[in-house]
Design a protein around this ligand. Structure first.
Ligand code: FAD
Ligand code: NAP
Length: 314
């Protein structure tokens, strides 16, 4: 079995850009391991407006469609595989595939992304990307001048609600308790914002809609009373899970240093604490969680991987 110059784990914007830059930059034998269709989570979005140059009505799927082919032209190999673990011994990484096989590589760029937690109410999955969103920066503009609902009571929910309140005519914050898990100053700003209504001690029961998307959300309060809130957009911010399982070792430790939220600690060049291992996109610390920044990380990591290989093999 030959040893890959570089293994890329994850085929979202970060992984695909890393694939483009490593192959075009001269690395041989670069394989991208992706468990599903390449493209990443943005393929769930019905419209993307903030990727530079992508003007007009374009879906996330349409944005990402040409990326794999562009990389393959420079020699990127796509292996459809769910990677269960990455480990390192000496200078060589081992990639464990779910089918039981293994691959080896001198460098690894990981970009397995993150998954916004689902709240778990009826209609959430069916209407995801059609009015149910987990990204105010991405989708808030579609509701300019309209009313929206925000689910959650942490820093993210409150900060995103403040962002949405500048664009939307009204924001309902639906939170399951009557106190927030957020910085006091943020709570004060929420209370001082006229077009935010707090719907406390309440949980979403069902989001509903028609073929055009969401039309409303039904919430239940602690007394069991139901209320219909008529909105075309529902934003859920109930926490995020970083997809870091592949870095977990047999003894439960992680291959490289992580922060207490399970995000990979990197420096400005995407280097992790393990030489030859680079982490990119949504899974790294301080990630802006945008396609453009994930792609940028992929390019930065690829250039670093090329330098690392130069030093290792020459
Ligand atoms: P991801 O896109 O999450 O890609 C990770 C990839 O790794 C996935 O393809 C996954 O299948 C694969 N993978 C995970 N684990 C494994 C494994 N063990 N083995 C093999 N493969 C694995 N951003 C914007 O800039 N503008 C927007 O308008 C916008 N809208 C959004 C709308 C929605 C509905 C969502 C969900 C997100 C949106 N975002 C938007 C955010 C953007 O999609 C992410 O920031 C970006 O996709 C992160 O890229 P990534 O490559 O780090 O990870
Ligand atoms: P979080 O702090 O975990 O808050 C999640 C919120 O969602 C909580 O209010 C929680 O309710 C609610 N929730 C969780 N599951 C739910 C469910 N199934 N149904 C209804 N509500 C549910 O997540 P986060 O806001 O994304 O923040 C993550 C971390 O990043 C935190 O440490 C946060 O402080 C930090 N952060 C910091 C900043 C900042 O410093 N400016 C900004 C953003 C995030 P309960 O409160 O009842 O548990």
């Amino acid at each position: 079995m030959s040893i890959l110059d570089c293994a890329i784990i994850g085929g979202g914007p970060a992984g695909l850009t890393a694939g483009l830059y490593t192959t075009r930059g001269g690395l041989e034998n670069v394989t991208m391991f992706e468990k599903g269709m390449p493209g990443g989570q943005i393929t769930n979005s019905s419209e993307i407006e903030n990727y530079p140059g992508a003007t007009g009505e374009i879906t996330g799927m349409e944005l990402m469609n040409p990326w794999p082919e562009q990389c393959q032209r420079f020699g990127l190999i796509h292996k459809m595989s769910n990677v269960t673990r990455v480990s390192k011994s000496g200078d060589v990484f081992t990639i464990y595939n779910e089918d039981g096989s293994t691959d080896q590589a001198y460098s690894v760029i990981i970009g397995t992304g993150s998954s916004p937690r689902r709240v778990g109410f009826k209609g959430e999955d069916e209407l995801f990307g059609k009015g149910v969103s987990t990204c105010a920066t991405c989708d808030g503009f579609f509701y300019k001048g309209k009313e929206v609902a925000v689910i959650g009571g942490g820093d993210t929910a409150l900060e995103e609600a403040l962002y949405l309140a500048k664009i939307c005519s009204k924001v309902y914050i639906i939170h399951r308790r009557d106190t927030f898990r957020s910085a006091p100053n943020t709570i004060k700003r929420i209370e001082n914002t006229d077009n935010i209504e707090l719907v406390l001690d309440s949980t979403p029961d069902e989001v509903y809609g028609d073929k055009m998307g969401v039309t409303g959300i039904r919430v239940k309060n602690k007394n069991g009373e139901m209320r219909d809130i008529i909105v075309p957009g529902v934003f859920t911010f109930v926490g995020n899970d970083v997809n870091n399982e592949t870095l977990k070792q047999d003894d439960g430790s992680f291959l490289c240093e992580m922060n207490d939220q399970g995000q990979v600690i990197v420096d400005i060049t995407m280097k992790t604490s393990v030489p030859g291992l680079f982490a990119t996109g949504d899974m790294r610390i301080s990630a802006p969680k945008q396609v453009i920044s994930a792609a940028g990380d992929g390019a930065v990591a690829a250039l670093q991987a090329i330098s690392y290989m130069d030093e290792l093999l020459n």
